[in-house]
Design a protein around this ligand. Structure first.
Ligand code: C2E
Ligand code: CA
Ligand code: CA
Length: 620
């Protein structure tokens, strides 16, 4: 309307000037000149003020005030122009009177179209202008004018009808637009709520992984050259057993309390997120230096190392923490995250329960790991991987009890890489399943050439044992090669149960029901939970080398080993002692009742399996 109203005034003015022109000299000057000038000034002033007006659609009250003013002005202008035209009517001849009639009808139609969006004003103009003229012509006594009056009345009715139906459409359109606008607002509001929810971890109420990366990205992008901050990653050691033994509700409670303890130390302003599982991510900004940072990390670990009183049980876990600082070790969010993760991995491996800050020498390790990963990907593993065999002896009889298959990788790119190095990398990158298959095929081929009474152990990775298709594949292969499953022992470590106890148990049962045997490897390091020994029905327990080495000089390890040997005897489980390098170790073990031994003292792992008995037996 603000664009149409100036047009309306110009139309009025132009038509009025035309009418004044045809009446100039006939009607008095006060009508054809001065009145027109006054009316013209009114029109021009109004037109200019309307075209300058800024339209504030949002302010409903202002809109209503404006509309009321338009209605008043429409009435005033209509009265003024109608009066002016009717006064002029008395002076002209029939031609000029015809012009007046023409002026009125054409002007009113134009005005109505300009006011069509505001029917009250438009109708008011129709009523005032046409009403006056219909009455005026109707009572003139002149047939032509009466006919014009009737005609005008009909046209007026038609125009009113048109205005009403146009207005109905127009207001419908406005309503639809308002509806759409409201819907749009609602959608925005909903998506804002969704967004907020999508950034929260529902269990702990902390921010979630997405929030962590969004904030980290933002912080990295907005960081100045002098800014410093650190990414910390925390992982609970021993959370899985809590979950397995006490059930998920207790596990959930533990995570909530762990989150609360961290929050209490960090305060409300630090970004603390649950990254998933038992992993937390933190963005630290307030610290003095590296030492301060490690101290803070240590505090966080210590807080989680204290026992948790949960519904009905008290449990204890420990937490390891990895730290990476901006810009010292990385300038990208991915770089920071990966390095904090690596520091965490390093902490878990070398000093569980403590905080490790990513340092320059870790970079070499990472690079080495990723070189290994690359080399593994490029390798022709069926050519480069071989198996070496190390016997386990029964020191009572001197006979070979079994041989353990140990992988060797002679990489074209990197030379000999030890299994202790490449298996962890393959585990991390998911390549280990393939390695297992290549190696197991080779083992079965070798076994076909050996005496049938020799038993063989084969090491499985944690990942192998939680994947049912790998386990099923192993049994199928054994059958396919026509080998008696009883000759095979699969060695597994506790890490498998920590990862997924239920899946590991299912796999172990599957292997055992098909006749294979299971050994728990590296017993004594890690959790050595008696629950595993109790629930998983192992056939053999292999005591880790770290207990054997100090045996001759350490009374405590002697007692521990004695306890394990006795426990195995009670449970009817075989007990193998690994890593025997000296005669004094051998003799000490023998004195404790240990019989099955493996180690460099007797034989090193060798490409050719050796089944020759020992020259010397220990049987007294
Ligand atoms: P493990 O299963 O505990 O294997 C025993 C390791 O101790 C072997 O190292 C063996 O060579 C070494 N060893 C044996 N006797 C002695 C001794 O008297 N003194 C010392 N110091 N060491 C001794 P290796 O062959 O380097 O293997 C290291 C680890 O790599 C293995 O530990 C096992 O966890 C893993 N591994 C080896 N082969 C395979 C495999 O085929 N599959 C899987 N998943 N893991 C494997
Ligand atoms: Ca082993
Ligand atoms: Ca071992």
């Amino acid at each position: 309307m603000s664009r149409l109203i100036p047009v309306l005034y110009m139309l009025l003015l132009a038509n009025a000037v035309a009418l004044a022109y045809t009446h100039y000299g006939i009607a008095p000057d006060w009508l054809t000149v001065y009145a027109v000038i006054i009316l013209g000034v009114i029109c021009v002033v109004r037109a200019i003020s309307w075209s300058r007006a800024s339209v504030v659609v949002d302010d409903i009250d202002a809109c209503i005030r404006n509309l009321k003013r338009i209605r008043v002005m429409a009435a005033v202008i209509a009265v003024l122009f109608t009066t002016w035209a009717i006064t002029m009517f008395g002076y002209g001849d029939p031609y000029q009177q015809g012009h007046v009639a023409y002026f009125i009808s054409i002007t009113v139609v134009g005005c109505i179209f300009c006011l069509v969006n505001f029917p009250p004003a438009a109708l008011l103009v129709v009523v005032i202008v046409l009403g006056t003229f219909v009455l005026f012509f109707g009572f003139s006594g002149n047939e032509v004018y009466v006919a014009i009056a009737v005609n005008m009345a009909l046209v007026s009715l038609m125009i009113i009808q048109i205005i009403r139906s146009y207005y109905a459409n127009f207001s419908g359109l406005v309503d639809t637009q308002l509806d759409l606008e409201n819907q749009h607002q609602r959608t925005i509001e909903l998506s804002r709520q969704n967004e907020a929810l999508a950034l929260i971890d529902p269990l702990t109420g902390l921010s979630n992984r997405r929030a962590f990366f969004v904030t980290l990205d933002k912080t990295v992008k907005g960081a100045q050259a002098t800014d410093r901050f650190a990414v910390a990653m925390i992982d609970l050691d021993g959370f899985k057993p809590v979950n397995d033994v006490h059930g998920h509700p207790i596990g959930d409670e533990l995570l909530m309390l762990a989150g609360e303890r961290l929050r209490r130390i960090l305060g409300e302003d630090t970004l603390l997120t649950r990254l998933g599982g038992d992993e937390f991510g933190i963005l630290l900004t307030e610290y003095k230096d590296a030492i301060d940072l490690i101290e803070m990390g240590g505090q966080l670990c210590a807080a989680l190392n204290r026992p948790f009183a949960l519904s009905g049980v008290t449990v204890q876990v420990s937490a390891s923490l990895g730290l990476a600082t901006y810009p010292t070790v990385a300038r990208s969010s991915n770089g920071l995250f990966e390095r904090a993760d690596f520091a965490l991995y390093h902490a878990k491996k070398n000093c569980p329960g403590e905080a490790v800050l990513f340092a320059a020498h870790h970079e070499t390790l990472i690079r080495h790991d990723s070189q290994i990963e690359q080399a593994l990907r490029k390798a022709d593993l069926s050519k480069e991987l071989t198996l070496h065999y190390q016997p386990v002896f029964d020191t009572d009889t001197g006979k070979v009890n079994s041989v353990e298959a140990l992988a060797r990788w002679d990489s074209d790119l990197m030379g000999r890489v030890s299994p202790g190095t490449f298996f962890p990398v393959a585990e991390k990158t998911g390549q280990v399943g393939f390695l297992t298959r290549v190696l197991f095929e080779k083992l079965l081929v070798d076994m076909a050439t050996w005496p049938t009474d020799v038993s063989v152990s084969f090491n499985l990775s944690a990942r192998d044992i939680v994947l049912s298709d790998t386990v099923e594949w192993l049994i199928d292969e054994i059958k396919e090669h026509g080998i008696d499953p009883k000759r095979l022992t699969f060695e597994v470590t506790e890490t498998a149960f920590l990862r997924d106890f239920a899946a590991a148990r299912t796999s172990i049962r599957y292997l055992r029901t098909h006749g294979a045997r299971i050994a728990l490897d590296d017993f004594g390091i890690g959790y050595s939970s008696l629950r595993y020994v109790h629930e998983l029905e192992f056939d053999t327990l292999k005591v880790d080398r770290s207990f054997v080495t100090p045996l001759p000089v350490n009374e405590r390890s002697r007692r521990i080993v004695k306890t394990v040997i006795d426990m195995c005897a009670n449970l009817g489980i075989e007990c193998v002692l690994e890593g025997i390098e000296t005669e004094s170790q051998r003799d000490a073990i023998h004195a404790l009742g240990g019989r099955l031994m493996q180690g460099y003292l007797f034989a090193r792992p060798n490409r050719e399996a050796v089944f020759a008995p020992l020259h010397q037996t220990l049987k007294s």
